[in-house]
Design a protein around this ligand. Structure first.
Ligand code: COA
Length: 434
């Protein structure tokens, strides 16, 4: 059958396509700005007749109504990464958090450890050969689409068509629903003077010709804003946000000196707004790959001068980095932080960086603490951590003993907390602050 006939034969309405979902099933949802809202709305409309549907995904943009209290017992979200729209539900116990290295999630699907009954994916309309692009989010979605027993695709002519390993063929979905709508946006957080001061320290550590990874949050965004005068930068990252736009458009990023995937910005997904969606559309600079590929630390390490920039919520004086929870309350996720910290450590001339403002809560809490708050999740271990940057400077903990680490971290703590940190350190001569 010609692909055009095949495509037409699969066209249906969202309500008809979602009628396939049965109580007790697990539904995978395309993440980030690729969230297929028309399919999700149809699933939510079925709430009165469904029970115990598990909805699994990474961070998404826009609304997540299925996590509202009214849907308890009907829908339960399992988060590989918590975003603003799901945070309250996790906090209230209506949704679950799964701590996992992001590059290992696809293995849950392919091994059958986490079988997927239904995948809800959003794509571009087919090209001349019958291929539908997954647009801004290839990440774990391509693999999920191929592992799910039932694949439902929302075809949206507002989806950017992206390059790389981003395509499903029209023969793959079981049902196709055409629905045009703007993509939900994921704007970055406000950049403060503190973020700018941190970014200036980091920019000074980045040589021309470096390959960059930027994690999620205001600090990576602030760093990109400081790099306009750099030359021949490259990108190998899991995600990009709006902050990359200007850097690439201005030519500061040209990917020419990259030692693997030269001439391409290698990435797995973008979280941003419409100008970024427009920029990635049909843009051959970008090579989108699955996260299992982009986040392989050994692949990352083959980039010379790989600079990994990731943020944190808290660090203790031995260098244990908490990035996914505030105390015992889950906040975000493990993501690719460790993959890139390890990858940059393997790179010739690599610079693995953890960055954080020295304080939180309007300066009332030091993020550099004698010990992590009870329940805090260590994402980057003290054996993995290397450069730590606050607005007061940058220190390298690699190869340093416990006492030297503590002294280094105290030197970049907020001055109003330094005496208290020193006191904690003096209480235990073994070097572990007590
Ligand atoms: N104690 C109490 N509250 C704290 C705190 C602490 N030690 N540290 C931070 N907070 C609060 C902040 O005040 C802020 O609250 P607000 O939203 O009310 O202002 C909130 O927690 C978020 O902190 P902030 O530093 O502004 O977060 P961010 O948006 O810059 O993101 C991370 C930082 C660490 C949450 C984010 O980078 C992340 O999720 N990382 C995890 C994995 C990762 O790095 N992956 C890489 C690629 S995905």
């Amino acid at each position: 059958m010609a692909w055009t006939d095949l495509y037409r034969s699969k066209l249906t309405t969202a309500d008809a396509a979602l009628a396939a979902v049965r109580s007790g099933q697990r539904v995978f949802l395309h993440q980030g700005c690729a969230k297929p809202d028309a399919l999700l709305d149809a699933l939510t409309r079925r709430a009165p007749e469904l029970r115990d549907i598990e909805i699994v995904h990474l961070a998404t943009a826009g609304q997540a109504d299925y996590t509202n209290a009214e849907f308890e017992g009907r829908f339960r979200h399992a988060a590989f990464f918590i975003a603003k729209n799901t945070r309250q539900a996790v906090r209230d116990g209506r949704a679950d958090y799964i701590p996992i290295f992001i590059r290992e999630i696809e293995g849950l699907f392919t091994s059958g450890a986490m079988p997927l009954d239904v995948a809800l994916i959003q794509c571009t309309p087919p090209d001349d050969y019958g291929y539908l692009s997954l647009g801004p989010s290839v990440d774990i979605a391509l693999t999920a689409a191929r592992c799910a027993r039932t694949l439902v695709v929302q075809v949206n002519d507002r989806m950017p068509r992206t390059m790389g390993n981003t395509f499903l063929h029209v023969s793959e979905p079981h049902a196709i629903v055409e629905h045009s709508q703007p993509l939900p946006e994921f704007p970055g957080g406000a950049i403060t003077d503190t973020h700018r001061a941190i970014a200036r320290h980091i920019a000074a550590m980045i040589p021309d010709g470096a390959t960059l990874q930027a994690g999620i949050g205001a600090i990576p965004d602030a760093v990109f804003a400081c790099l306009a005068n750099h030359k021949d930068l490259g990108i190998h990252t899991e995600m990009l946000s709006d902050s990359a736009l200007e850097l690439i458009a201005s030519g500061a990023v040209n990917n020419r000196r990259k030692t693997i995937h030269p001439d391409k910005a290698l990435l797995s997904f973008v979280l941003g707004t419409q100008p970024l969606f427009d920029f990635i559309h049909n843009n051959p600079i970008f090579e989108f790959r699955t996260i299992a590929y982009t986040n392989d630390p050994f692949l990352i390490g083959r980039n010379d001068s790989m600079v990994a920039i990731n943020a944190a919520l808290q660090i203790d004086l031995t260098g244990q980095v908490c990035s996914d929870s505030i105390g015992c309350v889950p906040y975000s996720g493990v993501g690719g932080q460790v993959d890139f910290i390890r990858g940059a450590a393997l790179s010739k001339g690599g610079v693995p960086i953890i960055a954080l403002p020295s304080t939180a809560k309007n300066g009332t809490v030091s993020r550099i603490a004698p010990a992590l708050t009870t329940g805090a999740g260590v994402v980057t271990t003290r054996a993995d951590v290397r450069w730590v940057v606050t607005e007061f400077g940058a220190v390298n903990l690699h190869g340093r003993n416990l006492r030297q680490r503590a002294e280094a971290l105290i030197s970049i703590a907020h001055p109003s907390f330094q005496a208290g940190l020193e006191h904690a350190l003096r209480r235990n001569p073994a070097g572990l602050p007590a």
